[in-house]
Each structure stands twice: as C-alpha cells, then as structure tokens.
Write a protein that binds this ligand. Structure first.
Ligand SMILES: *Cc1c(COP(=O)(O)O)cnc(C)c1O
Length: 278
C-alpha cells in the first residue's frame, strides 16, 4: 500500500500520472527528498524541507510557495489512517521541472509526495556491516538531491553483494549513491565537507552528537588509500541511520567487522531521536 499527495489530494500512488511532457521524464529535471516517518512523526522535517528548497532553487526550478504545501502534505499524510505501516514508513517529496523549459529555468514545476514502505533493513546488517563498490565517478552538482541516479546505479549494476556504490572522484572519497560516508581514524571522524557532498540531514545530526560527546571531527574528503588503515567506516541516511561498512571493493576495513564507534553513534542517534521528530 502506498499513498500519494498529487494535484491537491491524497490518492493511491498507482493512480497518479505525470504527463509525458514533464521535463522530469524528458530531461531528468527534478529534485526530491526522502524523509523517514517514525510512528506518524517526520524525522528532521525542517532540515529536509530546507534541503529540498535548496535543491530546487539550485536546479533553476521556480518553487513559489510549493515548499509550504509540501510540508503540510508530509504532516497530514503521516497522520492518515491509510499511511503505510501505521506511519512507520518513508515519505518522498518530489519537485519536477514541469512542462516549460525557459532556457534552463523551470517556471511551472509540479510536485507530489509519496508515502511508502521503506526498503527492508535486517537488524543483522548492523551486526555484520555492509560492502560498497568504489567508482572513480563523482556525483554532479553535489548540493542537489537530483532524481537522476544513473551514474551510481550503472556503476553498481548487478553487484548483488554491495549495498551501494561509493563515489571516489580523483581518488578522494566523497559519498555513496544515497548516503553520507564516514571513516574513523585514530578515534577521529573523517567525512567530506558539504559542498563536496550533499548536506546529509543524518550526517549533520551525527556530527552534532559527536561534537557534544567530545569526539573529534575532520571535515575533508579522505583518500581511497586511507581505507585500509582506517579503524572503521560507516554510512548515514535517514532510512539506514548509522550503518557500519566493513568492505570497499577488495579492501577490508576494521578486519571486516563493525567497530565500536559506529555502534556508539547509532545508540546515541537512536536515544536522541525524539529531539528531531516533528
Ligand atoms: C539522500 C542522500 C543522503 C542521505 O541524506 P539524509 O538526509 O541523511 O537522509 C546522502 N547522500 C546522498 C548523495 C543522498 O542522495
């Protein structure tokens, strides 16, 4: 079951149709955000709305009052009786280019908001850690959460053993297909600065919690050559929270086992969750 707020009302997602003239379809012009809903309460709603706004404006999409309408739809959808999984689900907010391309400016965008079951994460993955596939490609326009995932999807196509691809342009590690990436080296966290990567909402919260706990943080893009000597790696996203990474390509990290830092940050994140819920 999945519901969608489209053209001013909630409907089953399967009944909603975009015209073939929308530039999301014709040219890949569109941005989105993905918000976890915990028991009918949206996680970090305002930071997600701010990022959606920034993605759209950076992409040249004229949003007018769209963000306010999307925020209202997220709040009311999360509380509906037909919200999937009793309001423990994922909410994806989209803004498309619409039908008009005014020389790279998009004055008549469309929007819709989908509520659906999140991808299954088995608790075992937190215990075992996951693998990533490194690629020398980078993500264009790092500050834009674009609907176009082609680079990342092509790079990890048919790799059933990996969770996502890891972008490593010019030998520097930035982020993964849909998560922020961290290394832990000698007790310090190392992660790319926003601008070289998307401003991950979970990333920013994990950094805030780490700083509160007195854990040192270095915001720089680490070299691929630092992987093997790192104590730990993990990724963060709204859906995965803090997920240990134990292998990148052929390189084992932390002897192939999740380490204490990821576990500690996940526990800190989960126990602080109420602070960030709408
Ligand atoms: C969506 C996404 C994230 C995760 O962001 P959260 O706000 O933490 O959910 C990180 N990196 C990229 C490239 C993404 O697309």
């Amino acid at each position: 079951m999945s519901i969608c707020f489209f053209e001013g009302e909630f409907r089953p997602t399967g009944e909603c149709r975009l015209p073939v003239t929308d530039l999301a379809i014709q040219r890949g012009v569109g941005v989105f955000d993905s918000i976890r809903i915990y028991k009918k309460r949206a996680f970090a709603l305002e930071p997600h709305m701010e990022r959606l706004r920034e993605s759209a404006v950076t992409a040249g999409i004229a949003i007018g009052g769209m963000i306010d309408r999307i925020r209202d739809a997220v709040r009311s959808g999360a509380k509906r009786d037909d919200c999937p999984d009793d309001g423990d689900c994922i909410c994806k907010t989209y803004i498309t280019g619409g039908d008009v391309n005014d020389c790279g400016r998009f004055p008549e965008p469309r929007s819709f908001v989908i509520f659906e079951s999140g991808p299954e994460i088995v608790e075992e993955e937190y215990e075992r850690g996951v693998s990533l596939h490194p690629t020398a490609e980078g993500r264009p326009f790092p500050r834009v959460k674009s609907i176009n995932y082609l680079v990342g999807l092509m790079e990890a196509a048919e790799r059933h053993d990996v969770m996502e691809c890891l972008y490593c342009p010019g030998g520097k590690i930035t982020e993964t297909l849909r998560s922020s990436f961290f290394l832990c080296i000698g007790g310090r966290l190392v992660t790319s600065p926003v601008g070289e990567v998307l401003g991950g909402v979970t990333r920013n919260i994990v950094l805030e919690l780490a700083r509160e706990a007195g854990i040192a943080v270095e915001e720089r893009s680490p070299g691929v050559s630092e992987l093997r000597s790192s104590d730990e790696a993990f990724l963060t996203s709204s859906w995965k929270e803090v997920m240990p990474v134990v292998k990148v390509g052929d390189a084992l990290i932390g002897g192939g086992r999740p380490g204490p830092m990821a576990k500690r940050l996940l526990a800190m994140f989960r126990s602080s969750l109420d602070r960030w819920l709408d």
